[in-house]
Design a protein around this ligand. Structure first.
Ligand code: 5CA
Length: 449
């Protein structure tokens, strides 16, 4: 992508309405624009990051055996009357009346609709286990939408729903999602720690939240230190095998939100040198709720003995539009965002220090072609702007590697690479720059781990 042809409306000033650093940086880096309270457009740079986040989520859902579909945003109230949640959901639900005076709603979640799909088509225990997911916009009329896309009214959710014959099979489905989530957050470049949590309006008696630790997080969390940096299950994990050892290994160490524990219980359970009391951002939440929806909505299959069995269900959410600011909260500095490579809008920014100088332009064009050919995701800053402004933009938007070339370096056959995260700089022969960048970038994509 050539920056001269791109749409990157960066702001010089720090926007006053933003209270936390991720919101400030997303506005300053031209990633989002507010459209109404708790409602945002995703501008090209933000959308590019969001799509990388979504792709990783999809890859890990698919790997775990979940199957993607797509349900609508606007739902019929009748389905929600069947489960009893139409009245129970309260003011957070955006209710709509259509021209025929039919009650509709903008979906805050999809348990009812997916249960309706299931009961329409699935008849036999032989079709189980089944896990269906989609990535779709949700609307919740939050009392206090805040912090940009961190807590918005319209937001994107990956929501998966599992169907099983009995509780034991449903626990196995839960464990598959648990492991998929560990892998997903790792690949996104954050530490996502599973914690016992309160199930709220989704219901059920077992739920885990995945929390990214950050000072600005809305939840107070208590955890065992060894959960931070614990190695995640590898890419060759057998999702059709027994995942309970992994599940037990992770859940045997203390971790809970303040809704589920208090400081005294925490201190009694965890040795002093291992106690971490921190704040967290809830980026995912998984639930087992048995027959809460399948029973009133009559979602049953024929069991092995020919008798009808009400299926057991769980649901599994991740917030992609919350993850983007959560990643920024966990990874930034005074100059701007510091993206993990796996979700960076671009992996490399090629900075032409003297656009308009024929020799530098030509050399940059060649480099740009080679970087693209090497499979790197490149932004080429070809604008006629002072070097200082280019460095500031590159730092602000957080591209992990800057490849810098000007007339002087060109004369000597040398380019410079700046590592955004550490600030390290290396000067190297122009001819080796592309290979060097490949070696730096490829392992950090985390797509083979
Ligand atoms: N049906 C279940 C799971 S599929 C459900 O709705 N779970 S939830 O309420 O916990 O939401 C799942 C995830 O969506 C949360 O962990 C969070 O990452 C994201 N999310 C929830 N509310 C918001 C919001 N207002 N703004 C941004 N993301 C949100």
């Amino acid at each position: 992508m050539r920056l001269s042809r791109y749409f990157l409306p960066v702001l010089k000033e720090s926007p006053k309405e933003a209270e936390i650093v991720s919101h400030k940086l997303m506005l300053r880096a031209g990633m989002i624009k507010q459209q109404a309270a708790g409602s945002y457009s995703w501008l090209p740079l933000g959308f590019k990051v969001l799509n990388k986040v979504i792709k990783i989520i999809e890859e890990e859902q698919d790997r775990s055996g979940a199957v993607q579909l797509l349900m609508p945003t606007v739902q019929s109230a009748d389905l929600w009357r069947e489960s009893g949640r139409y009245d129970a959901y309260g003011k957070e639900m955006l209710r709509i009346v259509d021209r025929h005076e039919r009650d509709m709603l903008y979906g805050p979640t999809n348990e009812e609709m997916i249960t309706d799909i299931f009961r329409t088509y699935v008849r036999s225990y032989k079709d189980l286990p089944l896990n269906l997911y989609h990535i779709q916009w949700k609307f919740r009329d939050e009392v206090r939408p805040r912090f940009g896309t961190m807590r918005s009214r319209e937001f994107l959710m990956k929501d998966a729903y599992s169907f099983d014959l009995d509780e034991a099979a449903s626990q196995r489905a839960f464990q598959r999602m648990f492991v998929a989530y560990l892998r997903t957050f790792y690949r996104l470049g954050v530490v996502g720690i599973p914690m016992r949590a309160d199930a709220g309006p989704i219901g059920g008696d077992m739920s885990y939240e995945f929390q990214v630790l950050a000072d600005t997080g809305e939840s107070a969390v208590f955890l065992h230190k060894d959960l931070i940096g614990k190695p995640i299950p590898a890419i060759d994990t057998d999702f059709r095998g027994d995942l309970s050892p992994i599940f037990k290994d992770w859940t045997s160490l203390f971790a809970a939100t303040d809704e589920m524990t208090d400081e005294a219980a925490f201190k009694a359970a965890v040795p002093e040198d291992k106690q971490v009391a921190a704040r967290g951002i809830e980026v995912g939440h998984i639930f087992y709720f048995g027959t809460k929806y399948s029973k009133p909505m009559k979602a049953a299959v024929t069991g092995p003995d020919g008798k009808d069995v009400i299926v057991h269900m769980g649901s599994y959410g991740i917030g992609p539009t919350r993850l983007v600011p959560a990643i920024i909260e966990a990874s930034h500095d005074d100059a701007g965002i510091v993206w993990p490579v796996s979700v960076a809008p671009f992996e490399v920014v090629l900075i032409n220090l003297k656009a308009g100088d024929a020799a530098t332009d030509a050399a940059c064009e060649t480099l740009y072609g080679e970087l693209n050919a090497a499979g790197l995701d490149v932004l080429y800053d070809d604008r006629d702007q002072p070097a200082g402004a280019k460095f500031a933009t590159a730092d602000l938007i957080g591209v992990p590697y800057q490849l810098i070339l000007g007339p002087r370096g060109l004369k000597e056959g040398q380019a410079e690479i700046k590592h955004r995260k550490t600030g390290d700089r290396e000067t190297l022969p122009l001819a080796t720059a592309v290979d060097r960048l490949r070696t730096l970038v490829e392992p950090q994509r985390r797509d083979k781990v």
